[in-house]
Design a protein around this ligand. Sequence first.
Ligand SMILES: Nc1ncnc2c1ncn2[C@@H]1O[C@H](COP(=O)(O)OP(=O)(O)OP(=O)(O)O)[C@@H](O)[C@H]1O
Length: 231
Amino acid sequence: MIEVDGVTKRYGRATAVDDLSFTVRPGRVTGFLGPNGAGKSTTMRIVLGLDRPTAGRARIDGRPYRDLADPLRRVGALLEADAAHGGRRAVDHLRWLARSNRIGRARVAEVLELVGLDEVGRKRVRGFSLGMKQRLGIAAALLGDPPVLLFDEPVNGLDPAGVVWIRTLLRSLAAEGRTVLVSSHLMAEMAQTADHLVVIARGRLLADAPLADVVADAPSLEDAFMRLVTP
Ligand SMILES: Nc1ncnc2c1ncn2[C@@H]1O[C@H](COP(=O)(O)OP(=O)(O)OP(=O)(O)O)[C@@H](O)[C@H]1O
C-alpha cells in the first residue's frame, strides 16, 4: 500500500503538489493521470524518498521510504529509463543493485529473462535502444520481488509488442496482489490497463475512483480526462 497524506511540495514560490492525499491499494493497477506539470513525478519522487515534501508525508506499507531496510525488497520503481551508466553491462548494473540490497545473483538472470533482455545482458547499456533501457529499468524495479511498484511512463519508447508486454506485466503484478502505481499520458492504454485512477492537475486531486466510474458518462477515458482537467 502507498499512502500520500496531505503532501505539499513547493519549489520557491511555485507549488508543484498541493495538499495531496490518496491511497494506492494492493491487488489492482492504479493509473496516475494528469496533464504535463501536474505533479505526478514529484509525488512519486516524494514516495520514494528522493524529494522531501514541504508538508505532509508519504508511506510505503506504513513506513516512510527512509525507514525501509533493503528498500528494493519493499518497493520497486521505474522513474527514468536512463538510470544505468552507459559504460556498464546490463548484468553488472543489476548485480550491483542486487548486492546493495542483499539480493542473490540468481535473481539477476531471472529478471533479465523476465523482461526479455537475457540475450543482451552482457552488452553495454550505451548501445541499448530506449525500449531496451526501459526494459532494464523494469528489471531493476522487479529485482527485489517487491510488493509495491511505481512506474513513471513505463511504455515510453516501447514498440507495439512492448506496449502489450508491459500491459500484461502490470496486470499480472497486480493479480499477484502487489500494489501497482503507473503514470501515463496514453489514455487508450490506461483504459486497458488500470482498474483504478488517481487524477491530479496543478498538484491537486481531481479524482480517486474506479476506472469504470471515471468513464461512466463519457465516450472514452480521453473525454472523461479532458472534462476533469479542463478548468
Ligand atoms: N526540481 C524542480 N525545481 C523546480 N520546479 C520543479 C522541479 N521539479 C518539478 N518542478 C515543477 O513542478 C511541477 C510539477 O512537475 P512534475 O514533473 O511533478 O509533473 P508531472 O505531472 O510529472 O509532469 P509530466 O507529465 O510533464 O512528466 C512543474 O511545474 C515543474 O516545473
